[in-house]
Ligand binder design. Structure first.
Ligand SMILES: [Mg+2]
Ligand SMILES: [Zn+2]
Length: 176
């Protein structure tokens, strides 16, 4: 079976709620956080797959069309690719935050479905996010959880950003 790292998008890969961008509704509003291409490249060297798993309630709320979200993800994947960093697939929940769907994190459907599609051993895989809903979704799916921020009660590790987390993730995965 394969190993994967599931990355939340906003606040992990790109800026959100900063001075220059509120929410990302267009490709040019996607500003990569420092060290992200290098971090993904390092993860590529150890893991079979790197995925992006993101809640995009702005689609359901009408702020952005689904085709626009797809353009943002195509742009994100292409820009990272230029730096030699590979994202194998970006999946999203497009529903309204209160729709009660099974794909919006903290529910785990997006992760579980990718796991089945790519034959992934989720117990040897990691979910990285900057909110507790990311970590909960990962735990429900059976992954380990890495929180980016100050602290999280159920995460296996906490780091300030993705680049500083990757060495721990790779070392931890080597032990399993
Ligand atoms: Mg986030
Ligand atoms: Zn959903």
């Amino acid at each position: 079976m394969k190993k994967a790292v599931f990355l939340d998008r906003d606040g992990v890969i790109n800026e959100v709620l900063t001075d220059r961008v509120k929410f990302v509704n267009k490709p040019h509003e996607l500003y990569f956080l420092p060290g992200v291409p290098e971090a993904v490249k390092k993860l590529n060297a150890f893991f079979d797959y790197i995925f992006v798993v993101t809640n995009q309630g702005g689609v359901g709320l009408g702020f952005m069309k689904e085709s626009q979200l797809q353009k943002i993800h195509d742009h994100m994947i292409a820009e990272l690719n230029k730096e030699g960093a590979i994202i194998h697939e970006a999946v999203y929940c497009p529903h309204k935050p209160k729709a009660g769907c099974s794909c919006r994190k903290p529910n785990s459907k997006l992760i579980v479905d990718l796991g089945k599609k790519y034959d992934i051993d989720l117990s040897q895989s990691y979910m990285v996010g900057d909110t507790d809903t990311d970590i909960i979704a990962g735990k429900k799916a059976g992954t380990k959880g890495v929180f980016l921020g100050k602290s999280d009660p159920i995460a296996d590790a906490v780091f300030p950003d993705l680049l500083s987390a990757v060495d721990w993730i790779i070392e931890d995965a080597t032990k399993m």
